[in-house]
Design a protein around this ligand. Structure first.
Ligand code: NAP
Length: 247
């Protein structure tokens, strides 16, 4: 039977493209979404239109109870074979000395704690130590982890730095238990995340700073994610791959 992949934030952007690419490679796709149910349903419909299998499950990864419900729904859908920790948020451009505690806490709760808690649930199911059949965890980092995002969102960059360390450490921890863990560091990708930070045109405005002189597409990130999920990447773990046009 085809394995299930849980994709957090699978309703739009990179998560949506990954859901469609994973379905085309035979995964049963559990599409997590925070609030945009219509977008999540549209992803499910487009997968089903191509004879794939998908379900949509509401899950704010800032909530542990939502995460437990997401994995319970995934269990009912089939055997878990992969997790894509894709859900992530930015905030309006601010200096650190202008940021509220609430903003910083939410950034860390969603981008860091949410990814770690989802990975915990995935390891419980996939680790051979717990009777599982192995699997793959792909985390979404960002080139911001290396650039620091000064005057914009240093808190976001720091959350992605945490994802890089988490990827390395968890990968070592479960390498002998059939689970590979890797991260992608996207560069400037054309999605709605920039609008959510208050600047819809941000990626295009900064594209001249990319060595390849263009923004990337969600599909270009999804292609790297599904490669990491595949047996073609069978010797890849604790690894972080820049998919950034050289940025
Ligand atoms: P996006 O277009 O803004 O889409 C965000 C997705 O995450 C949506 O499906 C959204 O669900 C979901 N989401 C938002 N908050 C959530 C929460 N609290 N819990 C669960 N799901 C939540 O984002 P994107 O550009 O595709 O980014 C995806 C990942 O790539 C993020 O981790 C981001 O940091 C990373 N990344 C993006 C870029 C870029 O340039 N786009 C660059 C580097 C890294 P709803 O539809 O329900 O709102």
């Amino acid at each position: 039977m085809d394995k299930v992949v849980v994709i957090t934030g699978g309703s739009r952007g990179i998560g949506r493209a990954t859901a469609i690419a994973a379905a085309s490679r035979g995964f049963r796709v559990c599409v997590g979404y925070a609030s945009n149910e219509a977008a999540a349903r549209q992803v499910v419909t487009s997968i089903e239109a191509r004879n794939g299998k998908a379900i949509a499950v509401k899950c704010d990864v800032g909530s542990e109870s939502d995460i437990l419900a997401l994995f319970k729904a995934a269990d009912a859908f089939g055997t878990l074979g992969a997790l894509v920790n894709n859900a992530g948020i930015v905030g309006p451009s601010l200096r650190v000395d202008e940021m509220s505690a609430g903003r910083i806490e939410r950034m860390m709760a969603v981008n860091v704690a949410g990814s770690i808690l989802c990975a915990r649930e995935a390891v419980k199911r996939m680790s051979t130590r717990h009777g599982g059949q192995g699997g793959v965890i792909v985390n979404l980092s960002s080139v911001a982890a290396k650039l620091g995002a000064p005057n914009t969102y240093v808190d976001y960059a720091a959350s992605k730095g945490a994802i890089d360390s988490f990827t390395i450490g968890l990968g070592y921890e479960v390498a002998g238990e059939g689970i590979r863990v890797a991260a992608i560091r996207p560069g400037l990708i054309d999605t709605e995340i920039h609008a959510s930070g208050g600047e819809p045109d941000r990626a295009h405005r900064l594209s001249h700073m990319v060595p390849m002189k263009r923004v990337g597409t969600a599909e270009e990130i999804a292609n790297a994610i599904v490669w990491l999920m595949s047996d073609d990447a069978s010797y890849v773990t604790s690894a972080i791959l820049d998919v950034s046009g050289g940025r």
